[in-house]
Every structure is written in C-alpha cells, then in structure tokens.
Design a protein around this ligand. Sequence first.
Ligand code: G3I
Length: 344
Amino acid sequence: MGTALSACGGGKGEPTLKRAYGETFYVGAAVSPETLVSDGELILREFGGLTPENIMKPGPIHPVESRYDFREADRLLDFAEENGLLVHGHTLVWHNQTGAWMFRDGAERASSALLDRRLEEHISSVAGRYRGRIAYWDVVNEALSDGPGFYREDSPWYEIMGPEYIEKAFRYAHTADPEARLYYNDYNAVDPVKREKIYTLASELLEKGVPLHGIGIQGHWSLEWPPLADVEAAIDRYASLGLEVQITELDISVYEFREREALYDGPSRELMERQARRYGDLYALFARKGDALAGVTTWGVADDHTWLDNFPVKNRKNWPLLFDGEGEPKPAYYAALEGAKEIP
Ligand code: G3I
C-alpha cells in the first residue's frame, strides 16, 4: 500500500487520527504479522498503539504445555518500540483460541488445582516476558454471559475453576507486570443488561482489592446498533467506578447482525456515507468523553483484512474500517477526524 500514501494526507501539519486525538486518548489498531508489514507506513502515520489481533492469545503463543512461541509477539514489540507505539496485549485468558491441552490431564479433564497452576504459569511467562513493555493487558476476555446467567458457564475456565479464575488471573498478571494497566474486555458491553453484569463483576473485584484498572468495550457494532445513548451510558457507568475505559475493538459492519441473507455488491457511496455518519457520531462522542477514555482501537487497519469477512457469515465481504482495501482514507476516516472538533 506504500505508494498511495503520500497522496492521502499526513504531510507536515495535516491532520491524522493520532494528531487529532493523541492528547485525548491513544488511537490504536489491531494488527496481524502481515498487516504490520503491508500497512506499516499507514500505521505509523495514523496510529499511536497496536493490539495483536491473534498472536498473543493463549493458543498461538502457548501451543503446547512445554513450549511457547514468542517469535511474532517479539517482532511486534520490537516494531512498536522502534517506532514509539504503545502495545495493548490481548489476551491472557479466554475460553476461545486456547490449546485443548490447557484443560486436559492425560485422558481426563484437568483438576482445578492443575488448571490454577497452569493459569499462573501461563500468565507469569507471557506477561513476565514483556514486563514493562506492555501498556495495557486484556487479562480476562469475555467471561460473562449474554443470556440469563451471570458468568459464561460454558467456558472450561469456569467449568473447572469456578469464577475464581477471574480474580486469580488479575492477581497473577499484576505480579508478573506491576506497571501494566489491567483490563477486563468484553463485547455487548454497552447493552444495558450485560453492562450491569460487567459493572457488578468490576465492583466485586475492586471491593476484594483485585488489581483491575480498566474496562474494554469491544465495539463490534453496525450502522444501526447500538444506540449512541447506550455507548455513552456504558462509558459513564464504568468510569463511575474510577476505572479507565477503552473502546478496544471498534468496527462498523455494513450488515446488521440479524441480516444473514443480505449481500452488497460493493462498498457503494451511499453505504460508505451512512457508515461515515455513524463513525462521525461515535468519534464526536468519544471526543466529548475524552476524560474517561484511555484509548480507541479499531479492530484492523484497512478493509482488506477484517474478521467480519467471515463472521457471522463465512466469505461475505464487509467494509467495516476507516481505510479502504488500498489503504486510502474512506469517508468514515474524514468523519472520524471531524469528531475531534468536539474535544472540549
Ligand atoms: O492461523 C490459522 C491458520 O494456520 C489456518 O490455516 C486457518 C484456517 O482457517 O486458520 C488460522 O486461524 C484463524 C485465526 O483467526 C488467524 O487468522 C482462525 O481460523 C480464526 O478463527 C481466527 O479468528 C479470529 C477470532 O478472533 C477467533 O475467535 C480473528 O482473526 C480475530 O479477529 C478475532 O478477534 C476477536 C477478539 O480476539 C476478541 N473479541 C472478538 C474478536 C472478533 O471475534
């Protein structure tokens, strides 16, 4: 993508996302090893932070009990440090993308004591290796239920250890890297029902003296959902606990979640303008909420690489980010920049 970049802004004094918002919150992007190379110039121009999209998750970084694979994570940390970007680690504990071995003991299910030892070992090895180099860690990801229950009960962490794995994970992470700001991260975090679960979990952890510093609102949203008022209410609610808040995985799908049959031929002007209005409204809100927000990260850099091409429908192209497949700024990018006018 490198060649087109000089034509699309970022020259001396021209606005970029990080110039517009950098004093208010850090502007991050989730990256893969491939996009770090293909979009490197664009990343350095626009963004102030990186989240590894997959490579620091337990499965990729700790594929078998006796072996870690730190190669890609080391490369990402080196790139970030050489270029003055901060890193948001993602994620130490998740029910997904974790090696099956973690929950096994030979042919049997691991006991609670064994899983606890592995939890501590995993966190101290990963967070300990990068001690002092990771600004934020998503310590526990998606541990609460979207249904009637409170906890995500079909997580092997919960099934084997009960809810205690959550506070233990935060304590182990704090011991491994006392400087890192530790986050609980989830989707549907602005839905009023799930918001209250997250609020309750966070209050309980804080009451117990667990080192929790922030809440990550993932932000996998669409043109119509969620209402802006819900986004604002969630930021306010979490901030009322004295916690930092980040939008950690923002993208705006052109399809509503329920629209499994819908299919657009391409990113029409009308569609991209609707998306721009949505991004504009959101960034204007983020600007107004700057005191509560530590960061806003998009879940990807440009539309050529997005998980939404395969979710919730496989092989259906989506265009959810601020830059198009060529790395050129979309109407959504200019609308996001405009939002900075709302910074008090
Ligand atoms: O690396 C393998 C490759 O070896 C294999 O050939 C290929 C075949 O399918 O799969 C590759 O792994 C894929 C991996 O992404 C890396 O590209 C997995 O199949 C695929 O399931 C995985 O998807 C990731 C997803 O998390 C897993 O749940 C997405 O890239 C990633 O964007 C997504 O990110 C999550 C956040 O971590 C948490 N919040 C929700 C968010 C979106 O689901």
